[in-house]
Write a protein that binds this ligand. Structure first.
Ligand code: FES
Ligand code: FES
Length: 155
């Protein structure tokens, strides 16, 4: 049976009506029109659906809307804007990372949380932090360059 939920997403409060088991990803995309989190695997295996949950990256495809409660959810739209981009967004453009672009949301959201807590990461630390995110276009080397560039910008 559907329930009403009040969600804090990108600093705004939204009220939605949904079945408790509905993945947060579906609510973000279908009810709130926030299309940066993507459906990839639906099984917490690819990272395409990553959002921040109180600042920590989670896979929204396996997060029931009923478990969100008062948590602050941040999507890529809340990370930066075209006028004031997050350093990772700037670095992705400067390093010309994207191919098809489907995976970008997962890399950026995962890397943003990592760089916030790791100011001078090694290559091995970056690889370890991002190991759960997949790119079928093979942009991994460019992604590593971009994350390192962003780390320098943020340091
Ligand atoms: S769609 Fe959520 S991890 Fe793949
Ligand atoms: S750029 Fe196409 S899946 Fe990563």
């Amino acid at each position: 049976m559907n329930e009403k939920y009040s969600l804090n997403v990108d600093g705004r409060t939204h009220t939605v009506t949904a079945d408790p088991d509905t993945p947060l990803l579906y609510v973000l995309r279908d009810d709130l029109g926030l299309n940066n989190p993507h459906f990839g695997c639906g099984l917490a295996q690819c990272g395409a659906c990553t959002v921040h949950f109180n600042g920590q990256p989670i896979q929204s495809c396996v997060t029931p809307v009923s478990t969100v409660g008062e948590a602050k959810v941040t999507t890529l739209a809340g990370l930066g804007t075209p006028e004031k981009p997050h350093p990772l967004q700037t670095a992705y453009i400067e390093e010309e990372v994207p191919q098809c672009g489907y995976c970008i949301n997962g890399w950026l959201m995962t890397a943003a949380a990592f760089l916030r807590d790791n100011k001078k990461p090694t290559d091995a630390q970056i690889r370890s932090a991002l190991q759960g995110v997949k790119c079928r276009c093979g942009t991994h080397v460019a992604i590593l360059r971009a994350v390192k560039r962003a780390a320098t910008m943020m340091g």
